[in-house]
Design a protein around this ligand. Structure first.
Ligand code: NDP
Ligand code: 2IT
Length: 448
């Protein structure tokens, strides 16, 4: 008889053998299943029914060619992906990432994480992810449009409001969602609003969706601080990245009285001791679509550190909002030495496993991405709800729903960790709580 721990190690070996070279996927799987031993011990039926083995195997994986022409007429070939990971709780749901680093293993890690994140929202959404190795940087609007049209010309047959509902992620925002929806509508002869989320609110998008991930991660941090009788007011913060998630995390932090002194992009770091000026940041990133260095054109006293490490900047609260594995053990140690008390992840899997260990050992309030950044997909589910009822909610109503969802997720993770004698460990809490939601639905459906 193998015990629960041995069973989990064996499953992990099989995942590595079946998915060679997909290191980010291996990492994401291990980070979840290594925390599930006490669950299998408590309920051996999950093991008998091979629920973990089933959860680690995507339901479907689609790979396709995406040919397109640039403005000079030259032909380019990219690769498109869509992985439907788990549909126990609802249609596949998750974003599309356009970035040159995208491989099948990247999409699988993101779709796997999405399974647990989406379950935590308590809303009826399964998990998926997609994207392409297309690099949107430096492309004209027309090139982006032609790429999106070509991408959707294959993707359309695999998605639908009851089947699979994509949204944005790195490199995909409302502009891309518009081009994708336009092509879907043209090919299918259907105005099926609920097939994509992150749409512009002028034609079916939810208010607050753009802000939701960033706002949500701040709400999650606020809840973690409340447990420790602390608040955001007056805290010095560092937010990595300067994209959709980072910008709206900064906005909500400032609204709640915190001071954000640094943000970044893949080229460098902006340090503004007086606090990041959000209006300038939005103008640089959302309007000009320029590099973050341009911030210093307006703020001569702010410092631009080319290739700098943002985690060297002292802060009380850290918000990694750029990309996976951007925060390593050394950075975690530096943060702790500098007096950081909480880390809330806006990005997916931004902290390496060694960094996570470091946070847990030092009893930092650490909110893993699958819990802390679930506000984005949760608001996507609220967008689906509005589309299904052909309704449009106010900003205030939608934001209050988001606020409540983040409070519920925090409580679910906190209470579950306590149930398993790991109070304050949001990694274990998030993994176990979400695993049980998904596993119980899978059991109800039999062996499928
Ligand atoms: P954006 O494309 O809007 O912004 C991405 C930001 O991260 C940019 O500042 C970008 O810099 C930086 N970045 C991207 N890749 C790298 C890299 N390899 N190295 C260093 N910096 C990098 O994306 P989002 O803000 O939407 O996404 C950020 C993170 O949040 C991702 O991990 C995403 O999966 C996650 N997330 C997003 C959600 C959403 O609703 N959008 C929901 C939940 C999670 P540069 O411009 O130089 O590339
Ligand atoms: O990682 C994520 O949760 C997202 N990119 C958002 C997915 C969504 O469907 O809104």
């Amino acid at each position: 008889m193998v015990n629960a721990q041995q069973r989990i190690e064996k499953i992990y070996e099989e995942v590595k053998n079946r998915n060679p070279g997909e290191t980010e996927f291996h990492q994401a799987v291990w980070e979840v299943i290594e925390t599930l031993t006490p669950v299998l011990e408590k309920r051996p039926y999950y093991a008998e029914q091979k629920i973990i083995e089933r959860i680690c195997e995507p339901e479907r994986q689609i790979i396709f060619r995406v040919p397109w022409q640039d403005d000079k007429g030259e032909v380019h070939i990219n690769r498109g992906f869509r992985v439907g990971f788990n549909s126990a709780l609802g249609p596949y749901k998750g974003g599309l990432r356009f970035h040159p680093s995208v491989l099948l293993g990247t999409i699988k890690f993101l779709a796997f994480e999405q399974t647990f994140k989406n379950a935590l929202t308590g809303l009826p959404i399964g998990s998926g992810k997609g994207g392409s190795d297309f690099n949107p940087k430096g492309k004209s609007d027309n090139e982006i449009m032609r790429f999106c049209q070509s991408f959707m010309t294959e993707l359309y047959r695999h998605i639908g409001e009851m089947t699979d509902v994509p949204a944005g992620d790195i490199g995909v925002g409302a502009r891309e969602i518009g081009f994708l929806f336009g092509q879907y509508k043209r090919i299918t002869n259907r105005y099926e609003s609920g097939v994509l989320t992150g749409k512009n609110p002028t034609w079916g998008g939810a208010l607050v969706r753009k802000e939701a991930t960033g706002y949500g991660v701040v709400y999650f941090a606020e809840e973690m601080l409340k447990v420790r009788n602390k608040s955001l007011d007056g805290k010095t913060c560092v937010v990595s990245g300067s994209g959709n998630v980072a910008i709206y995390a900064i906005e909500k932090l400032q609204q709640l009285g915190a001071k954000v002194v640094a943000c970044s992009d893949s080229s460098g770091v902006i340090y503004d001791e007086r606090g990041i000026d959000l209006e300038t940041l939005k103008a640089v990133k959302e309007v000009q679509r320029a590099r973050i260095q341009a911030y210093t054109d307006q703020h001569k006293d702010a410092e631009y550190r080319e290739k700098g490490n943002i985690w060297d900047i002292p802060c009380e609260l850290a918000f990694p909002c750029a990309t996976q594995n951007e925060l390593d053990e050394q950075a975690a140690q530096t943060l702790i030495e500098n007096g950081c008390i909480a880390v809330a992840e806006g990005a997916n899997m931004p902290s390496t496993p060694e960094a996570v260990d470091c946070f847990l050992k030092n009893h930092i309030a650490y909110g893993p991405g699958k819990a802390a950044n679930a506000g984005g997909v949760a608001t996507s589910a609220l967008e689906m709800q509005q589309n299904a009822s052909r309704d449009a909610w106010s900003f205030e109503h939608t934001e209050s729903r988001l606020r409540q969802i983040m409070t519920n997720i925090h409580k679910d993770c906190y209470d579950t960790a306590r149930e398993f004698d790991m109070e304050g460990n949001y990694v274990a809490g998030a993994n176990i709580a979400s695993f049980r939601h998904v596993a119980d639905a899978m059991l109800a459906f039999g062996v499928i």
